[in-house]
Design a protein around this ligand. Structure first.
Ligand code: GMT
Length: 375
């Protein structure tokens, strides 16, 4: 199939999933066209069946807000016609599902009926999409999609609760290329980060409020009071500066490394002992899955789709949101005993195999085929 993929090209989970999906589909023989405003960060290699088309929005002083949706829908029309794209798969409803619907209508004028598959990722529903300013447009574009998928059961329930949805929502969980996380680094370069007796704790996110960054620091503060430990903070976002200040106030700056955004999280996870994800809400928690695939147990909040990924008492522990005390206690339970740590590491890896790329991607292929048959 010739498939157009629309996504945010940044480090966020939805863009990562869309990119990994496109790359895997290309390996399975499909022709993939990424259509977005810059080359997706995980799209390192373009090949004969992986193409990238940039959406440019010319600046015009009249506009306070440059009309990205308009530029995107026009680009979609042009690319569908030029490359004979058969299906459009849009990741993150806002504004992608809306722009795709407009493109579909324009293409119908030329006798082309392109199916639209919309994948809901989380904040497009829970934090942004349900805002009254966006809700009618988001509801409309979900209902007008030819197929709708969500990355967890929890997100499906949230969508049905928050919007008046008339379409079936298929749950297609996020996935991971387990081969990428096979223990291929013989030298993990752990020694560069910590001494042998120190445990390495890691957090990876976009440092937004929803990630509860102060909780990450507070949990680590309690851990390092009991055992030698280092904290790796990976990612960039609005809460980073405050987090660095909090580390200073608590006198733990020398034990915390802020990496910024990284394309090499597998290398960082390779030397990590524990992953922290105390989010307020999380439709899936792709970073937790990436940690588990590297054999890193997860201490997380019990919210949204996280319990569908992190199995309590097996791959890690779940606690109530903001229960720093419980999360620290669970973290220390795992970290203090080498045998328990080894068991949780093995378990985390095992649980992650439920989400292997080769199991999940065919589910998307089946959805594309079904929408094509109907169009
Ligand atoms: O986590 C974020 O804030 C980024 C956001 C995104 O769309 O890029 O992530 C959402 O989609 C990911 C991929 O499906 C999920 O793993 C994340 O749980 C989800 N984030 C939230 O629901 C907060």
């Amino acid at each position: 199939m010739r498939i157009g993929i629309v996504c945010y090209p940044t480090f966020g989970g939805s863009g990562v999933v869309a990119t990994e999906l496109g790359l895997e589909l290309s390996k399975r023989g499909h022709e993939i066209h990424f259509i977005t405003y810059s080359q997706p960060v995980r799209l390192e290699l373009l090949s004969h069946n992986v193409h990238y088309h940039e959406v440019t929005v010319p600046e015009y002083p009249l506009f306070l807000y440059q009309p990205y949706e308009l530029a995107l829908s026009s680009k979609l029309v042009d690319m569908v016609k030029l490359h004979k794209i058969e299906v459009l798969h849009v990741h993150y409803a806002i504004p992608h599902a809306y722009a795709a619907y407009m493109a579909k209508q324009m293409l119908l004028e030329d006798g082309i009926n392109i199916p639209i598959v919309t994948t809901l990722h989380g904040t497009d529903i829970t934090l942004v999409g349900s805002h009254p300013f966006y809700k009618p447009a988001v509801t409309f574009s979900i209902n007008k999609s030819d197929a709708v998928t969500s990355v967890s059961k929890s997100l499906k329930e949230d969508t049905l609760r928050l919007f008046n949805i008339k379409k079936e929502i298929y749950v297609v969980p996020n996935f991971i290329d387990l081969d990428k996380y096979a223990p291929k680094f013989t030298d993990c370069q752990r020694a560069m980060m910590a001494t042998d007796d120190e445990k390495i704790i890691t957090h990876i996110s976009n440092f937004r409020e929803v990630k509860q960054i102060p909780d990450v620091i507070k949990i680590f503060y309690k851990i390092q009071k009991e055992i030698p430990a280092k904290l790796m903070m990976v990612g960039e976002g609005p809460e980073r500066e405050a987090a660095e200040r909090l580390c200073e106030e608590l006198g733990i700056s020398s034990k915390v490394v802020f990496f910024g955004n990284s394309n090499e999280i597998d290398k960082i996870l390779c030397f990590s002992d524990l992953f922290l994800l105390p989010s307020l809400t999380e439709s899936f928690g792709l970073s937790a899955l990436e940690a588990m695939a590297s054999g890193v147990p997860v201490i997380s909040s019990n919210t949204g789709g996280i319990p569908e990924v992190n199995v309590h008492g097996v791959s890690g522990y779940l606690s109530e949101i903001n229960d720093v005390e419980d999360m620290s206690k669970n973290a220390l339970h795992i970290l203090k005993d080498e045998k328990i740590l080894a068991l949780f590491k093995r378990n985390a890896k095992k649980v992650s195999t439920k989400f292997g790329i080769h199991e999940i991607v065919p589910q998307y292929e089946a959805i594309y085929e079904e929408t094509l048959k109907r169009s």
